[in-house]
Design a protein around this ligand. Structure first.
Ligand code: GLN
Length: 540
């Protein structure tokens, strides 16, 4: 069968959850046996979100091939277990960069370079890139932004043209919002009607409408919307707020979203989806009663999207172990010797968050020391691991003012330092150690036991590394370098084996943790936190 292209647009307001609808549809089609991928087109000029402050755009997600991507790619992978790549996330900036590079090379042979056709052609080429591999039955393309945004216009024009070329192999899903006016006690569909009109005015007729709503929409209201917008009544679907986003695929299936997509695109029919594993997860999520309390020490606590993949990984691991996780966000800048005990005592486990720069770093050292001395299960990720190393150097090895050269270029003890090949780099974008690398784990270590394997692959996003000159000193004093890159010998995992669970990873395991396959190191950490919680309860 030909590859089918599904385009997902949004209207009325942003943050409606196009990523969740796209991911849910992907989950449904996958569960029926189709081969599916999802891609996101972002209408901003940045080449990628790698240089964006988390306040702007939440977490930066990283793919196996080292692309710094929009956090929606994290949803795609968590819902589907399908690995994404650079091809799954394209920004306006990247489109323009390619076109401008071509222009400089003279590839346009003296022609005037314009938005139409040059930019739109480049968008179209990117839309079809994954489909052309022959690896997918469905390519779902989410178009960032809202219909009517100036920035989105070239994308909409490109996909309008694609519909003409692809005919039945292309389909449009438009997501809108139906507000409930409390004063009038009424649901209002007018914004939806206007939003579809706006889409129609650029030549796009949606095939399916998904209406986001906080309250159940009566059937006749859905039919009315269909009539106003030329959409078949059964193809107007509602998406009501759910207790968890992972319920959304089931709600969409109840309203036959997958059947409608299959019918409208003429895809070869497949059996009903198999949801047994997904339902088992949802059942555990709904029924788990015992709570495990995990503190997350970082500097973006008021902005929880900054740690999206970590909080999701914790939730997945706890759920698989039949527990409910309560994540307590602890502001590293506000931690002091005086308040650390009060903040950390109630916790069953602590995550030391990744990050960049000096702000909040001293609070991380205070938290790590307290956890180490009180034997609380502790998991340092990237900068968190580097902070574990620095804290150990200062307080166990007695190396006063030990630091990372990221924080203090003149530190007398540079236990964390820049890699040689990073020293000459001056550009910020896309120049870190990025993407999946092999890591060999020391047999017998807690990390190796967690993975049940001596060789793993995990994703990275950092510039600084453990300084090998200090390795012997650390090992002698009890912090072991149990994970190492087999090619470069860079240290990837440290642990203190005599502690309950005290592990730092230079890599980011949260980028490879999904609903159906939680990352083993998160499972191991969560298990240690649960055991610690049980031991506290039984000694009470
Ligand atoms: N700032 C540190 C580095 O660049 C850690 C980065 C991170 O935590 N992702 O090495």
């Amino acid at each position: 069968m030909n590859t089918k292209y599904i385009f997902v647009t949004g209207g009325v307001v942003s943050s409606l959850g196009k990523g969740i609808i796209s991911s849910s549809l992907a989950r449904l089609l996958l569960s029926r046996g189709y081969r599916v991928t999802i891609q996101k087109f972002d209408p901003y000029i940045n080449i990628d979100p790698g240089t964006l402050n988390p306040y702007e755009h939440g977490e930066c997600y990283v793919t196996d091939d080292g692309h710094e991507a929009d956090l929606d790619l994290g949803h795609y992978e968590r819902f589907t277990d399908i690995r994404t790549s650079r091809a799954n996330n394209v920004t306006t900036g990247r489109i323009y960069q390619t076109v401008i590079d071509k222009e400089r090379r003279g590839d346009y042979l003296g022609k005037t370079v314009q938005i139409i056709p040059h930019i739109t052609d480049e968008i179209k080429r990117n839309v079809k890139l994954l489909g052309k591999t022959g690896d997918y039955d469905f390519v779902i393309t989410e178009i960032g932004g809202t219909v009517g945004d100036i920035e989105s216009t070239p994308f909409l024009e490109a996909v309008r043209q694609l519909k003409w070329e692809l005919g039945r192999d292309a389909l449009f899903i438009h997501l809108t919002y139906v507000p409930y006016l409390h004063a009038a006690k009424e649901l209002k569909t007018k914004p939806t009607q206007h939003s579809v009109k706006m889409l129609q005015s650029v030549g796009i007729q949606p095939d399916i409408l998904v209406l986001r709503t906080e309250k159940e929409l009566p059937q006749q209201m859905l039919h009315k919307v269909g009539k106003f917008t030329n959409v078949a009544p059964e193809a107007v679907i509602q998406s009501i707020d759910q207790p968890t986003i992972y319920q959304v695929p089931l709600r969409m299936h109840e309203q036959h979203l997958d059947d409608i997509v299959i019918r409208l695109t003429g895809a070869d029919p497949r059996p009903e989806p198999d949801f047994s594993a997904w339902n088992a997860f949802l059942h555990k999520l709904a029924t788990a009663r015992k709570v495990v309390r995990i503190g997350l020490v970082g500097k973006y606590v008021e902005l929880q999207d900054a740690y999206k993949s970590i909080s999701e990984s914790l939730m997945q691991a706890a759920t698989h172990l039949d527990h409910k996780v309560e994540i307590i966000y602890i502001h590293s800048e506000k931690l002091s010797e005086e308040n650390v005990a009060k903040n950390l005592e109630p916790l069953d486990g602590v995550i030391i968050a990744p990050g960049f720069g000096q702000r909040g770093i001293e609070g991380k050292f205070i938290a790590i020391r307290w956890c180490r001395e009180h034997d609380v299960p502790t998991f340092g990720i990237c900068l968190g691991m580097q902070c574990m190393v620095i804290e150990f150097a200062r307080n166990v090895l007695g190396l006063e003012n030990a630091n990372s050269t990221e924080m203090d270029t003149k530190t007398p003890h540079n236990v964390i330092d820049l890699m040689e090949e990073q020293k000459s780099i001056s550009n910020m974008g896309g120049t870190m150690r990025l993407g999946a690398y092999k890591c060999r784990l020391r047999p017998g270590s807690k990390a190796a036991a967690a993975y049940g394997s001596d060789e793993i692959m995990e994703r990275h996003r950092h510039r600084f590394e453990f300084n090998d000159d200090f390795r012997a000193d650390f090992e002698k004093a009890g912090m072991l370098c149990v994970g190492e890159n087999p090619d470069t010998h860079l240290v990837e995992v440290v642990e203190i084996p005599e502690k309950r669970w005290f592990i730092g990873t230079q890599y980011h395991p949260e980028y490879r943790s999904t609903v159906l396959n939680p990352n083993p190191i998160f499972l191991s950490f969560m298990k240690a936190a649960i055991d610690f919680s049980d031991s506290k309860n039984s000694s009470r």
